[in-house]
Design a protein around this ligand. Structure first.
Ligand code: SF4
Ligand code: SF4
Length: 369
């Protein structure tokens, strides 16, 4: 007996696959499955988060619908994966945010943007809000740096704590002692596998999307999104160091490191999410968890809007539009931070942790990873 219907179905499929083993070269899920004879809830959640949803095992399967065995691994693992996000949410009271995620994130984003706009209007008179501010410290004419740092630092800290607690719950569920996470070779191997999206390639030929012809488009757009996000995060870190260590205040010149990193990251975060959305809207419905569409779209939209408002702020920061655009950008970024533990962002974290476990158990079993 399993904890949910979808885990019962995942068990049935893995039992069929464990007899067949035709797909063992496609990704990490099948080799991980082959190391087991029976599957606990934690094992199935581990497989679900190890799956990159490339779709190859559906098109390659001789037992996929309309065969009576009805084997659909990508869809089943996608549903199990989404349910696992809610099960690991911290605090548990917020796990319901995953049920109608698109709506929940839209409401939080709208409230956050509205709060910044009304806050800016309430604490600044009209001349300041619509005035032209240039040079170092220009942003802080509208919101003091200390208030900005305290608010965003608290939101970021909260997101980190909630994500760490989620990882703890996942790690416990998949039956591993917490100390195993400190295994450096496995952490490094998982970092390489995640960094190159090794298992989003259908065993080397590419991902299937709208038809059976494999393509690398989803992988490329994922890379642009991930590295775009990483560059934007690096830009924020460098700017924070500039402020506190060098006493250099934002905004910076276009050639300065935070702006260069942020602009490159911003371009990635425009093209990547737009491409992922285009691919998603064409994807064969047989491969996806339809209920998860809102969560996927909300996360893609949040990343896109973060970049769009950031680039608009960069381009128009010397004009009277700077005040309203700063409120808009801060509102979007704040809502992105506070919703990170309750949306699609967690897929990257749990998938990385699943890859750590995979690397560890492969090495323990004497296989090359
Ligand atoms: S997905 Fe189909 S072909 Fe692949 S291992 Fe499972 S049963 Fe075999
Ligand atoms: S969809 Fe791709 S990653 Fe997921 S189990 Fe099938 S082959 Fe592996």
């Amino acid at each position: 007996m399993h904890g949910s219907k979808i885990l019962e179905e995942a068990d049935r499929l893995m039992t069929v696959c464990n007899s067949c083993r035709y797909c063992e070269g496609l990704c990490a899920v099948f080799p991980a499955m082959e190391m087991r004879r029976s599957f606990s809830d934690g094992d199935l959640n581990y497989f679900a988060n190890l799956c990159h949803s490339c779709g190859a095992c559906y098109t390659d399967c001789q037992f996929s619908p309309p065969h009576e065995f009805n084997v659909n691994v990508p869809k089943t693992l996608a549903i199990a994966r989404a349910e696992s996000y809610a099960a690991y949410a911290w605090p548990r009271a917020f796990s319901g945010a995953f049920a109608r995620n698109g709506l929940a994130i839209s409401i939080i984003a709208a409230l956050s943007v509205a709060a910044f706009i009304f806050g800016f209007a309430a604490f600044n008179d009209r001349q300041v809000l619509f005035g032209i501010h240039t040079g170092p410290g220009a942003f802080y004419a509208l919101m003091p740096h200390n208030a900005m740092a305290a608010l965003f630092g608290a939101a970021f800290l909260y997101a980190i704590v909630a994500l760490v607690m989620g990882v703890r719950a996942f790690w416990r569920d998949i039956g591993e002692p917490i100390g195993m996470l400190a295994d450096p070779p496995s952490l490094w191997q998982a970092m390489k596998d995640a960094g190159e999206l090794r298992y989003l390639d259908g065993g080397g030929v590419g991902c299937v999307n709208e038809d059976e012809r494999p393509t690398d488009r989803r992988k490329i757009f994922h890379h642009l999104t991930f590295y775009g996000f990483a560059l934007c995060f690096a830009a924020t870190c460098v700017a924070t160091l500039y402020h506190f260590l060098l006493a250099r205040e934002a905004p910076y010149a276009w050639w300065d490191l935070p702006v260069v990193l942020g602009t490159l990251g911003g371009i990635g975060l425009l093209i990547g999410p737009a491409g992922l959305f285009a691919e998603k809207s064409k994807r064969d419905p047989a491969l996806v968890d339809e209920k998860g569409a809102g969560m996927d779209t909300a996360f893609i939209a949040m990343l896109f809007l973060t970049s769009l408002t950031g680039i608009a702020l960069l381009l128009l920061r010397d004009t009277a539009a700077m005040g309203p655009l700063l409120a808009l950008h801060l509102g979007v970024v704040f809502s992105l931070f506070v919703t990170m533990p309750y949306g699609k962002f967690v897929h990257g974290i749990y998938r990385y942790v699943a890859l750590v476990r995979y690397a560890k158990e492969r090495r323990q079993a004497g296989h090359t990873v």
